[in-house]
Design a protein around this ligand. Structure first.
Ligand SMILES: [Zn+2]
Ligand SMILES: [Zn+2]
Length: 510
């Protein structure tokens, strides 16, 4: 059997064999709206690579480019109430006002949000802003090179993207219109060295040009290269060793094909190591900021610790689409799987299956140490019974873990996220059916029982008196919590305390 290796190890080894130290791992997104789960992958995956390279003892640099010089092309669903934003459609995101008025621009507001989420997930890249890279002139020599070699550039773009441009197409870069400030609506008429002639005449569906006809210069830094040329240029001046992107960029004729062609045919160098990753899905649909699909990352991080979010996203194969369903049941499952992976990692077992190895690798990438051992459902049940974190910490023999997870449980309760069967209070109340069996059950309860023993005792007592065990379960729930169903009975009885349950039932039916 070949040894299983996590995708981050495989790519890290490829980088080491093909590139030179220090290894520069790049990533970047257009922060055009609230951060969602799909965005998280854009920095989480490269950070896993960086972590591996560093563990192997190599020097790395991890950069994250906020592409906020891109046009503002859509008002995301959660921002629809800011109607005035529509007059700014088509401008660079770094030149659209921040609707919340706390940052210099719209693009920076959501870039800051991304950085805040990175910090909570313990991901710490060097953050660069595309508008500043342009202003500093980082792209200027590339823009002049592309202008000088225009026919060849055009040919490389057409071949690698497998699409013909119109005969008068010269839009290898887009100037910002001096009159209306839009970058989405300009087209280049001519260029010569530093000078670019443009008209602001495009109709891009979400906005229209103002009709202005003007000139700009490369050295004024009021232009942006099209992404197929911007991306490889950035690789050169940042000296990038590897960069990933979603599978949509890696289709035949997609952006990555042009990137590779520009490096090899125009720059005469090898491209960075590329890797591609699948989408994050919710019920089979892509998470999307523009359509407002999926729970926001902020809300999610109120409900589960960052370790669990990272574990869920890092566990599947890189290129696989990942279903991330933020329902209470699937988050409870994620807590369970996380604990199981942590146990496996600590077990030191060497006979792990492929799936178990994946779990252990994802667990190791998700955290530097184990912060809790307690089972999340046990914690939910104990919280309903005792509402006292110190006491629960002692009872479950994990004070540190309980204290770490307590704020998440509190949020589940406050946000109404707790599944219905775990919403209850210990509230003894008498029922008038099956009282003999209830008494029999109470008599046979003994303090050393485990949850499964308690569960089996219900069956035993019901069968010996010829009643349906389900009826006895119901009668027990009614007697203890005043409703006819609840958490698994064995767990519930142990959480309340066997002695206390025994006394309660004997008081009611003895
Ligand atoms: Zn802001
Ligand atoms: Zn204009």
């Amino acid at each position: 059997m070949t040894e299983f290796r996590h995708w981050s190890e495989v790519i890290a080894e490829k980088i080491v064999s093909e590139k030179k130290e220090p290894y520069v791992i790049a990533s970047g997104i257009t922060t055009s709206g609230p951060i969602h789960m799909g965005t998280v992958c854009e920095f989480l995956y490269p950070s896993a690579l960086v972590k591996h390279l560093e563990e192997m003892g190599y020097k790395t640099r991890f950069v994250f480019v906020g592409d906020i010089f891109d046009p503002f092309d859509n008002i995301p669903a959660p921002l629809k109430s800011f109607e005035w934003l529509s007059e700014h459609l088509g401008k660079p995101l770094s030149e659209v006002p921040d609707p919340y008025r706390c940052c210099p621009s719209y693009g920076e507001h959501f870039l800051n949000q991304a950085v805040e989420i990175m910090e909570r997930l313990d991901v710490h890249p060097e953050v660069l802003k595309a508008n500043e890279l342009y202003t500093k002139g980082e792209y200027d020599e590339f823009a002049r090179f592309f202008i000088r070699n225009f026919p060849r550039v055009r040919e490389v773009i057409e071949q690698s993207s497998m699409s013909k441009r119109s005969p008068d197409w010269k839009d290898i870069l887009l100037p910002v219109c001096e009159q209306c400030g839009k970058i989405a609506t300009t087209s280049v008429k001519s260029f010569d060295g530093d000078h670019i002639e443009y008209v602001c005449d495009k109709d891009v569906g979400y906005t229209k040009g103002c009709g202005y006809h003007g000139w700009t210069k490369i050295s004024d830094h009021r232009y942006k290269l099209i992404f197929r040329l911007d991306w490889p240029s950035r690789h050169v001046f940042l000296n990038v060793s590897a960069e990933g992107a979603g599978v949509d960029h890696h289709t035949k004729g997609g952006t990555w094909d042009t990137v590779v062609a520009v490096h090899r045919k125009l720059f005469n160098r090898e491209p960075p190591v590329g890797f591609k990753y699948g989408f994050v899905l919710l019920h089979g649909k892509k998470y999307s900021k523009s359509k407002g699909i999926g729970l926001g990352v902020y809300e999610l991080l109120e409900l589960v610790p960052p370790e669990v979010v990272k574990f869920v996203l890092l566990r599947p194969d890189l290129e696989e689409n990942k279903e991330f369903d933020p329902s209470s049941r699937s988050l409870i499952r994620a807590f369970d799987e996380y604990n199981r992976a942590a146990d496996l990692a600590e077990s030191g077992r060497t006979d792990l299956s492929r799936g178990e190895r994946k779990d252990v690798a994802a667990y190791r990438l998700s955290t530097d140490r184990r912060r809790w051992r307690v089972d999340f459902v046990d914690l939910l049940i104990h919280y309903q019974v005792y509402r006292d974190w110190d006491y629960i910490g002692q009872k479950l023999d994990d004070p540190e873990g309980v204290s770490y997870l307590s704020k998440y449980v509190s949020n589940w309760v406050a946000m109404g996220f707790v599944p219905e069967e775990y919403v209850f209070r210990f509230k003894p109340s008498k029922t008038d059916r099956f009282t003999e069996q209830l008494k029999d059950f109470a008599t046979k309860l003994s303090v050393d029982m485990r949850p499964e023993d308690v569960h089996n005792l219900v069956y035993e007592v019901a069968r010996s008196s010829g009643i349906n065990p389900r009826e006895l379960f119901k009668a027990l729930y009614l007697s203890l919590i005043g409703k006819d169903h609840g958490p698994r009975l064995g767990r519930l009885v142990v959480a309340i305390g066997i002695e206390k349950v025994k006394k309660t039932l004997l008081d009611l039916y003895g």
